[in-house]
Design a protein around this ligand. Structure first.
Ligand code: GDP
Ligand code: ZN
Length: 315
């Protein structure tokens, strides 16, 4: 018998596949899938797969086919070093097919870093995740004007910004609604209130997500446990070690233009095709900054990330 399903957990070469009626089958990959050249992980959490049932009672199956991915957060595994040096060997898929990513900040405690948000957004844009959402928690203890000033520009760029307080249950309904029915990446620095927010969405959810992270962060496991945690309202939250340490190591310096969405439209108007938007004459990006069409802080983030990437790729 054949079924369609979703990979909800991956561990040591096994894939747990949830099928339409909610049953979960523990599957290996069909041998012939392993024979093709492997530029990327064959299956990962979030993949839509076709399985055959080997043993219905024991819930064992075989993955026959993996569907085309709509978005991928991945990390290039390289021949030498982990950054620019060495040619990419293979792509490790952290999560496939996430519908949205929510980047969680605290309005204060810790002070929110726009630079970190800009990094998250670069990862999100590169991954092709359709919706990138900013969550600003602890709004109950914030200076609202300062928060607006920092985050309104992102709203103008088209990124939804949600203000929440896990403590006073502000914005929790909106958050719950956003998460329902979707596969979501939910990440942010420690202490911003992720667990508290998840617990406000669904009792115990913060712990459910954390249990996976703790089992892997102790460094005792050599396997990468990854899991989609199911929500009572439908949908899933991704929990994998890779998501907690999202970084932009695999972005080439020239690629960065495309991932700053409000900067990208100006690039083709720069005088030089290889303009780095620093001191070149006729730079349309810097003109847009001066004219107030691109926020200066975003431009400064761009320059500083580009410096960092160039340094990494020069190694
Ligand atoms: P995590 O590390 O991102 O999971 O953050 P936690 O959920 O553990 O929260 C870190 C700290 O911030 C805890 O002391 C929480 O009580 C506090 N906290 C979380 N959410 C809020 C909030 O909305 N308002 C306030 N004032 N404190 C919060
Ligand atoms: Zn330029």
């Amino acid at each position: 018998m054949e079924l369609q399903g979703l990979v909800v957990k991956e561990q040591s070469g096994f894939f747990w596949v949830e099928v339409g009626d909610g049953a979960v089958y523990m599957c290996r990959l069909r041998g012939r899938l392993l024979e093709d050249a492997q530029a990327s992980d064959i299956a990962a959490i979030g993949d839509r797969v076709r399985i055959t049932i080997l043993d219905d009672e024991d819930h064992k199956g075989l993955v026959e086919e993996v569907g085309k991915r709509i978005s991928v957060i991945s990390r290039a595994l390289r021949t030498e070093g982990s950054r620019g040096a060495g040619s990419p060997e293979r792509e490790h898929v952290i999560i496939a097919n996430a519908d949205q990513a929510l980047f969680v900040f605290a309005a204060t405690q810790p002070v929110p870093s726009s630079k970190l948000l800009d990094r998250f957004l670069v990862v999100g844009e590169k991954s092709g995740i359709p919706d990138l959402i900013v969550v600003v928690n602890k709004i109950d203890i914030a200076d609202r004007d300062a928060v607006d000033k920092q985050f309104a520009p992102y709203r103008e760029m088209g990124y939804p910004v949600i203000y929440t307080s896990a403590k006073q249950r502000i914005g929790v309904d909106e958050l719950t609604e956003r998460l329902s029915g979707k596969i979501s990446v939910f990440t942010g620095q420690s202490g911003v209130g992720k667990s508290s927010l998840l617990n406000a969405v669904q009792p115990g959810l913060g712990r459910a997500v954390k249990s996976v992270s703790q089992s892997t962060s102790e460094g005792m496991h050599t396997t990468r446990d990854s899991e989609l945690v199911k929500l009572a309202t439908g949908g899933y939250l991704a929990d994998t070690p890779g998501i907690r340490t999202l970084n932009i190591w695999d972005v080439e310096p020239e690629e960065l233009d495309a991932y700053f969405r409000e900067l990208a439209p100006y690039v083709s108007e720069c005088r030089f095709g290889d303009c780095e938007h620093r001191n070149e004459p006729g730079c349309a990006v810097r003109r847009a900054v001066t004219a107030g069409k691109i926020h200066r802080s975003r431009y400064l983030s761009y320059v500083s990330l580009r410096d960092e990437l160039e340094e990494a790729f020069a190694l």
